[in-house]
Ligand binder design. Structure first.
Ligand code: 5GP
Ligand code: SF4
Ligand code: MG
Length: 457
């Protein structure tokens, strides 16, 4: 998912609309904006940002602060009830909440809260925070921090009140969240910095793991919800760099395109191939493919063309639909691959649908050899932090080793970047560890019942 927030600008809803539009790649299922005009007002719906909001709708959402969300359903499934932001009407005033990430102890907390009388409106894990805040005492910031201490898992939260905008990032740093500022002085918050560029805001800094930010007119206050600095670590999601984020975004000061390009270079060093051309799979693996080409000296060519009007194949409900989706989405350029030995670089293999289909496409177009190189390590374990939706059974690298998978996708060779190689590409030799749980099975958090639940559904 993607989140965007702004405080202290008369065009709050319009700027949020543009911000969400820049974050659209983070979720295409639903979108919503909650705006402050004395009280909070909301509009949300299923579909793309441009489908949910007309120009008239944006005009109706007049106000000077807003939060917005684009949804990619992981926890709770689809349906209008799970669309964010959530708006709570309380006797102390209105409260809007939106969330990127996934809480691993949501069910434990929901059970406890329901036993104490809470009734939830959605299946979403996000709603839990609203109920916890209401049950804690003191100033809002103390109630928020106490509530956040009860949560475990991945989050970038935005909370809008009539009196201020709050933001919080989980203590593991799993999900990204950055602060920007408009020329007017108004502060903005976004999952990715590409949302700042589009509205003319400059990057100020990232929200730190475990940090809680309060924004009022032109001023930022910061504190940490954790009890001790020892509780905080820095495990930003590796897949943000590999697949999820836009190449023009900088995450924790590292440009995504540059990180992908370095991953392509390391991939070549670890797994060279003798070939005539290097091609990438549009769009997310093009940066890695150029890195591989540059390091190997093999020319980079545009051997695959993407039909921009086909939605994401990954989220289709059945395998048949996913295969049809990949076929509609990608075409091989015959004149480029005919008679050539091709290195095909992709960002990831989840179920294996894309790679298998592309190898077939390239061979049909006359490629003599297809060497598949993947710019992420093999994904062997499910993500419980808000990215991959696959269960253990669906993950092809859980079932097959590299040789078996190479046979299955009918490639002439197959290699994945190593976990160390990926970390080095992103954060350098002595860099801190990224989250690599879906590659290693070594989870950054406790899992409570997440693992059992995910693999029963
Ligand atoms: P597969 O076809 O192997 O199931 O999925 C891998 C392909 O899906 C890659 O080309 C990747 O770019 C794309 N993809 C779409 N959404 C996601 C996602 O949420 N996670 C990952 N890892 N890949 C995704
Ligand atoms: Fe990202 Fe994988 Fe960690 Fe999930 S498990 S947060 S996809 S690196
Ligand atoms: Mg892809």
């Amino acid at each position: 998912c993607g989140v965007f927030g702004i405080y202290g600008d008369p065009n709050a809803a319009r700027l949020t609309y543009y911000g969400l539009h820049a974050l659209q790649h983070r979720g295409q299922e639903a979108a919503g904006i909650c705006v402050k005009r004395h009280h909070l007002h909301i509009h949300k719906g299923e579909g793309l940002v441009t489908e949910v909001f007309s120009a008239d709708k944006i005009d109706e959402l007049a106000g000077d602060a807003a939060i917005g969300h684009v949804r990619y359903s992981t926890a709770g499934g689809g349906g209008i009830l799970n669309v964010q932001p959530f708006l709570f009407k309380t006797l102390d005033g209105d409260m809007g909440i939106c969330h990127n990430g996934n809480l691993v102890n949501a069910n434990v907390l929901k059970r406890k809260l329901e036993d104490q009388g809470s009734i939830f409106n959605s299946q979403s894990d996000t709603e839990v925070l609203g109920h916890l805040i209401k049950r804690n005492y003191g100033h809002f910031i103390d109630r928020l921090c106490a509530s956040l201490r009860e949560l475990d898992g991945a989050f970038a939260f935005l909370v809008l009140l009539e009196s201020g905008l709050y933001a919080a990032r989980d203590k593991y740093g799993l999900r990204p969240l950055s602060i920007g500022q408009l020329p007017s002085g108004a502060y903005v918050l976004a999952s990715e910095t590409c949302a700042f560029d589009i509205i003319g805001a400059k990057f100020v800094r990232d929200v730190l793991p475990g940090e809680v930010i309060r924004i009022r007119k032109g001023e930022i206050k910061s504190c940490f919800y954790t009890r001790s600095p020892k509780d905080v670590s820095d495990h930003l999601c590796a897949m943000e760099y590999i697949y999820f984020s836009r190449p023009d975004s900088n995450l924790e000061g590292i440009n995504v395109h540059a990180a992908r390009k370095r991953a392509g270079k390391v991939l070549f060093e670890e797994s060279p191939a003798e070939a005539d051309v290097v091609i990438g799979v549009p769009d997310s693996s093009l940066s890695a493919a150029t890195g591989y080409a540059e390091a190997s000296g093999i020319p980079y060519e545009m051997g695959l063309i993407k039909n921009k009007y086909v939605g994401r194949t990954f989220i289709q409900p059945t395998q048949e639909l996913r295969e049809l989706g990949v076929r509609m989405k990608l075409s091989a350029v015959h004149s480029i691959v005919q008679g050539k030995r091709v290195v095909m670089v992709d960002d990831s293999i989840v179920r294996g649908t894309t790679s298998k289909r592309i190898v077939a496409l390239l061979k049909e177009a006359g490629a003599t050899e297809v060497h598949v190189r993947i710019a992420s390590p093999a994904i062997k374990f499910p993500c419980f932090y808000g990215v991959d939706t696959s269960t253990l059974e669906e993950l092809i690298s859980h079932r097959m080793d590299v040789d078996a998978l190479c046979d299955y996708i009918q490639a002439d060779s197959l290699a994945f970047i190593s976990v160390e190689g990926l970390s080095k590409s992103v954060r350098g030799e002595n860099g801190d560890a990224l989250c690599c749980s879906c590659f290693t099975g070594d989870y950054v958090t406790k899992l409570y019942d997440s693992f059992d639940k995910a693999n029963k559904d």
